[in-house]
Design a protein around this ligand. Structure first.
Ligand SMILES: Cc1cc2nc3c(=O)[nH]c(=O)nc-3n(C[C@H](O)[C@H](O)[C@H](O)COP(=O)(O)O)c2cc1C
Length: 172
């Protein structure tokens, strides 16, 4: 089986997630192809794949525009194949952020009209050295609030939960 992993990333964590997913798929004996939607959102050939994973991260409550363009451009193909949508956010890292994390997926589904076969909120990471003043303010006051310190880089991804989701997506 060959599986396309189309992803959008702003600070690189979703790229790391996409790479991790690809190597798991390969270890399971299948072929995985990574596709960065920012490079050329309409240039991939999802029709040539058996299954498709779409991954994007959330900034100010929305996913990358390139991920949206990819989905809109390939909606007919996505509708007829087994698909998994991974929505990477910091809200997904906290027990009291789960409803918010799910709402990003609902918003994406509403905006694109694409209903992924499966979807999973995935907890992301902070890269505090890379943010400008405004990004830091948004993160501290809009997203993290007082839930955790923002003093350094932190990775919240539950790699085991992600691995389980990929396992069941590939074997189902
Ligand atoms: C400016 C900014 C805005 C963000 N907005 C949100 C948000 O609205 N909700 C949320 O849960 N996480 C938010 N995040 C957290 C990102 O989703 C998280 O850092 C994720 O790991 C980024 O993935 P990426 O490195 O692939 O872009 C924001 C992060 C930044 C820097």
């Amino acid at each position: 089986m060959n599986i396309l992993i189309a992803y959008g990333t702003s600070e690189g964590h979703t790229h790391k997630i996409a790479q991790t997913v690809a190597s798991q798929i390969e270890k399971m004996g299948h072929e995985a192809v990574l596709y960065d939607t920012a490079r050329n959102p309409e240039g991939s050939r999802p029709d040539e794949f058996d299954r498709i994973v779409v991954a994007g991260s959330v900034h100010e409550r929305g996913h990358q525009q390139s991920v949206e363009v990819f989905v809109l451009a390939n909606k007919a193909v996505l509708d007829e194949k087994p698909t998994l949508f991974l929505s990477v956010s910091l809200s997904a890292a906290f027990a009291d952020g789960q409803a918010e994390a799910r709402s990003y997926i609902d918003r994406f589904v509403e905006g694109t009209g694409w209903k992924p076969g499966h979807s999973l909120p995935v907890a992301g990471a902070t890269h505090t050295g890379e943010y400008d003043y405004f990004q830091t303010q948004i993160l501290e006051h809009g997203v993290l609030k007082d839930r955790t310190e923002t003093g350094g880089d932190a990775e919240f991804t539950d790699w085991q939960a992600l691995s389980d989701a990929i396992d069941s997506f590939v074997t189902s």
